[in-house]
Design a protein around this ligand. Sequence first.
Ligand SMILES: [Zn+2]
Ligand SMILES: [Zn+2]
Length: 379
Amino acid sequence: MTMLSKEELEKRLVFYRHYFHEHPELADHEFNTTKTITKILTDWEITILPTQLATGVFAEIGHSDGPTIALRADIDALPIQEKSGVAFSSKNAGVMHACGHDTHMASLLGAAYLLKQQERDLKGRVKLIFQLSEEDNEGALQVINDGQIDDVDAILGFHNTPNYPVDHIGIRAGITNGAIDKFKVTLHGVGTHASTPDKGQDPIVALGAEINALQSIASRNLDAFQAGVLSITHVSAGNTWNILPDTAFFEGTVRTASKQLRQLIKTRFLDIVNYTAKAYQVAADIDWYDGDPSVNNDAKLTAIVRDESSKFATVYEQEQRLGSDDFSCYQERIPGVYANIGNGETISAHNPYFKADDALIRVGVKYFERNALRLLDEL
Ligand SMILES: [Zn+2]
Ligand SMILES: [Zn+2]
């Protein structure tokens, strides 16, 4: 195993991050990424663990005589054509690391290298989870079903946060991120000639009414101090100018920060869609998908991570936000902490102009390494 100085390691991690950025892969298709991570870890003599999954990498450092702490980084990219203009822009047309998961991977690799150096002194085991498919909210469940967290006592993860300085870490005990639900609705009317709407049942007018009525949930049903969002993100109906179609479609998502609100919005949604459809004489086919729960940080672990992180970064009280992360699936089973590491000034994630700052990798490495050591000491 080659010994790297601190500077050499940092340079190497930036190089890896740029490589991942140039070669992004979509959720569930992270084949080259998986191969690359496996090769790097193997070169560092880190033990790769068996898995039934086609993508994602699981590895361990240390020994089973003590607690097991898992460190998780997500590895997938998004179906976006990059326009950031960075020198290491995506070479994969229509795919981009627009959520900064490339920096998460580089951070976890750095921590893995450093922990491997201290392997003999570890007071237990560190498990590395390079998780597939975060963006489609299915990866964490696949990892769980693969048995990868069965022997894990606690789990740590983070996400980069645009528009916070790179040496700032946001941490909050309890619920930090929103629960995510998804819906698809097809309205069935009766198609007819555009000149004789009375001979059919127009689903397009019903669609317009549905969209407006659904927006009243956030403004009329929610306590002004509670956080909830309902967004309709895709509509479609018809395909020409003189035919009223027989169906219209819309889909979207609901984000909420409490269980009660989650239920309230779902109940109101179903009522509004069904009764509005009835009022407009069309039938509604509703598919509702219960998605991931809220990210919910364990209070005891959060206190430890907050204390340790404040030794190498500025820690602030993270505000609640409605973006989701399937890290929450782990937290339904084992205690965990999910923090937000500043990513400097940039446009928000999931945007073609999004940029992640290489400098956040240094903080990400420390977040994983130092907190893993501390938790091994204290659990
Ligand atoms: Zn994302
Ligand atoms: Zn992300």
